[in-house]
Ligand binder design. Sequence first.
Ligand SMILES: [Zn+2]
Ligand SMILES: [Zn+2]
Length: 338
Amino acid sequence: MRAVVVAQYGTRLEVMERPIPRPGPGEVLIRVRASGLCSTDLHLLSGRMPLGELPRILGHETAGEVVERGAGVATPALGDRVTVAVDVVCGACRHCLSGQTQRCPAMRRIGFERDGGHAEYVAVPAANALPLPPALAYDAAAILPDAVACMYHSLRCQGKVGLGQTVLILGVGGLGIHGVQIARLAGAEVVATSRRPERLQLAERFGAIPVNTDTQPLAGVVREWTRGEGVDVVVDNIGTRASVREGLSLLRPGGKLLVVAYLDESFEVPSIPLFKAEREIIGCRGSSRQDLIEVVRLVGAGKLTPVVGAHYPLEQIGAAVERLERGDLVGRIVLTRE
Ligand SMILES: [Zn+2]
Ligand SMILES: [Zn+2]
């Protein structure tokens, strides 16, 4: 089968011929119909996060149909349309038992430490394959596990965002545009930033107040919007020293900074303002299995709209990566299959 792999760190993503995987006991084989391209795929290529044995097939946003089942699999059924939870977890540690599967120390992730969905087929544990509502298209379904569920987990579980709160979303790219929708759905007021007018237009359509940080003073807008108090929650989808510093400075006392991105190796935090105003800095990684189940339900009910910005055939991974790096689109890039 054809698959997008990291063959060597620091080079480029390549399409290679790989054997079709066999589903082991408790696993299903999925014929992949669409897979989302994430900027993390490019981080993985750099070697900053080790992937184990190379070549490794990337792809942690996957949707397709179940075409084979390993021993002992009761659900999903053959032919079921599914999306795929990223984390393969132990199911027995304190985090798994309390539903916080995204914290399982034994986890191996699909498209990271084990082969992923940028391929024609992928074998995954049956428990990771979640059935889709009938009307949900494969491209939209593919991006749920990361681009949508990550924002759901961050805002709902980590940020505990609710009715009447003020939320500032720094960066409305592939993740942030779903963050806007989820914060609005939770009953919050939202300001969203970008330097790209087309992204801001869509954020505004989803109910955010758009701020173009090239032309508008964010601090001034936030001050006026919150009557000088600062926002309840900042979602940092940028992950630089500058974005963390700015995010913290715009929080009200007791506000939460949700750190979703990690572009810079380390952040610096001014100590006195953090201490005096009891602000919280909270790391957010991925989503729990339950988060993804809830996201699938919300999308199926038409309350959340997955935003796919562009489609490329798997074979055109080079062009898709160029587009991702250029960033001249709104929403996620999805790799399609024949
Ligand atoms: Zn990702
Ligand atoms: Zn566990």
